[in-house]
Design a protein around this ligand. Structure first.
Ligand SMILES: [Zn+2]
Length: 432
């Protein structure tokens, strides 16, 4: 057993630039204290750079070819239906509200996430430790939990201490949640109330503390307006420090990792990825934020390279990629290029892992700078911020390590750091 317990603070959508500016500018006092006591670097996330994919990689230490979560919205070939984890309320309605809620709350963890991609919660529980999680969307663990939703009897396997937007509450903490007042900051306030309760009782060995308000505000206001979002995240972290009795006591008790799942870039206009393909039958297009996928059904008469060529010259499209046997084929500006020539961070390896996900489309599309693909309901964040693409701004994340050995160059390095901290052997399977 190491001398310190560990808190993983995951601030959804936090860009390295915002964290760096906040720490220098002194308007994020708790993050500043952590930065003074830790080591900071930038890391790269997986593709598509969207929360379900990225958080699954953080929690399992695996790329999407292994954990099998392909996108925020995807086509389930086995069940011949769309899976929509929550691009927007409109998209949830279009996908069928009950189904979308089941997919986001239960099926992503219970069915879609590959069983062989062990989560850090499973590995820590197997080692006899007590994992806890607040609001994290990839939560699979070893303890059975019943939801607080009246009439729903289905159980979820999650960490021993498990809190999820008040839909699951392993312990009565008294934390309030008003989901409707999202702009008022109540989601991170809920996390803070639960976190305070957990720290006060010293009720965990490892805590995954997921803060989502930053991403929400950054979508609405744009990535340069991160001040209020990071202030909320800082307050939520400050609540943990306060519960421990101050910064010295907190740092004596806990090692900390602060990171995010993806970045954000400014988007000025929206496009429908379906548009250049409108005359093609037998395909399903799933698009959301700054990434899209195209699935060929049995009835499609065009081969994948022909579909890719139809996107040539479309101003909303940056990179189009597909597999030819085991090789990644990339089209850029209407031409095939060597994936290694792409200037986006670690693009060739990230495309390969995304394409080898058995749930991914036949064709993957990364949006052009400043463009967002409208979702199922036509919703988008034009005028605000978005993410999902291969570009650096969507793909780079900050990593701050306090009292944790090692380094993270990719988000998949976070799980091994956590397991190493506790001396637990990582059991990440080889690539699929
Ligand atoms: Zn987002």
């Amino acid at each position: 057993m190491p001398s310190k317990k560990l808190i993983l603070a995951l601030i959804d959508g936090l860009t390295p630039a915002t964290l760096e500016a906040a720490v220098e500018g002194d308007h994020a006092p708790t993050l500043s204290v952590l930065a003074e006591n830790g080591r900071y670097s930038r890391a790269v996330t997986v593709f598509p750079s969207l929360t379900p994919v990225c958080v699954s990689s953080i929690v399992t230490g695996a790329h999407p070819d292994v954990h099998r979560i392909p996108h925020l919205v995807w086509y389930h070939r086995g069940q011949r239906r769309l899976v929509e984890y929550g691009s927007s309320f409109g998209a949830i309605r279009r996908a069928g509200t009950r189904q979308a809620i089941r997919d986001a709350i239960f099926n992503m963890n219970g069915e879609h996430l590959a069983p062989e991609a062990l989560t850090m919660f499973e590995s820590l529980a197997d080692a006899g430790l007590t994992p806890a999680a607040v609001n994290i969307p990839c939560y699979r663990g070893r303890t059975r939990h019943r939801t607080t939703i009246p009439g729903v009897t289905r159980v979820a396997l999650a960490p021993e201490r498990f809190f999820f937007y008040s839909l699951f509450e392993s312990d009565a903490t008294g934390a309030p949640l008003a989901v409707r007042n999202r702009a008022g900051g109540t989601v991170d306030d809920y996390a803070a109330a639960v976190g305070r309760w957990l720290v006060t009782r010293d009720g965990f060995d490892f805590l995954a503390y997921y803060l989502s308000d930053y991403d929400y505000l950054s979508h609405a206001l744009g990535p340069d307006a991160g001040g209020e979002g990071i202030a909320r995240a800082d307050r939520a972290l400050g609540a943990l420090v306060e519960a421990a009795g101050g910064a010295d006591e907190f740092l004596d008790r806990y090692a900390v990792i602060v990171c995010s799942d993806h970045g954000q870039t400014r988007v000025d206009h929206a496009a429908r990825l379906q548009e250049p393909l409108r005359d093609v039958g037998g395909i399903v297009v799933t698009a959301s934020n700054r990434a899209g996928m195209i699935y060929r059904l049995g009835s499609c008469r065009l081969e994948t390279p022909e579909l890719a060529a139809l996107l040539d010259g479309d101003a909303s499209v940056d990179v189009v990629a597909y597999l030819d046997g085991d090789s990644v084929v990339v089209r850029l500006d209407g031409q095939e290029i060597d994936p290694q020539e792409l200037e986006h961070p670690d693009a060739a390896a990230r495309l390969r892992a995304a394409l080898r996900n058995p749930n991914a489309g036949d064709l993957l599309v990364s949006a052009a700078t400043g463009v967002e693909f409208a979702d199922l309901a036509g919703r988008h964040h034009a005028g605000g911020g978005s993410h999902g693409s291969l570009v650096k701004g969507d793909s780079e994340v900050p990593v701050l390590l306090v009292g944790v050995d090692g380094d993270a160059r990719s988000v998949v390095d976070v799980a091994p750091l956590v397991l190493d901290h506790f001396g637990v052997a990582a059991r990440v399977p080889a690539h699929a």
